[in-house]
Ligand binder design. Structure first.
Ligand SMILES: [Zn+2]
Length: 86
């Protein structure tokens, strides 16, 4: 994958928030191929780009682990993913 384009990330995040889930659809709208779109979506969903989060991010107390984190709590989400993988 080429270097991460923050502008594309922002666009994809916006689409995801608006309920667009298909990498093919996202790729078409943003103007990248769906393989690349899929990688971006994975990165975003896995929290790998947490430091690129929206500017208005706020630290909150996580109801699950009690930590002061950026919601959604990456630690708890990682835990969820681990438990879902049966
Ligand atoms: Zn948590």
């Amino acid at each position: 994958m080429k270097r991460i384009d923050q502008n594309i990330i922002k666009q994809i995040k916006g689409l995801l928030k608006n309920g667009v889930r298909s990498a093919r659809e996202i790729g078409r709208i943003v103007g990248i191929n769906h393989h690349t779109a899929n990688k971006y979506v994975d990165l975003i969903k896995n929290g790998g780009l947490g430091n690129l989060e929206d500017d208005n991010r706020v630290y909150e107390k996580c109801p699950t682990c009690g930590g002061k984190v950026l919601m959604p709590c990456i630690a708890c989400r990682a835990e969820e993913f681990a438990q879902l993988k049966i």
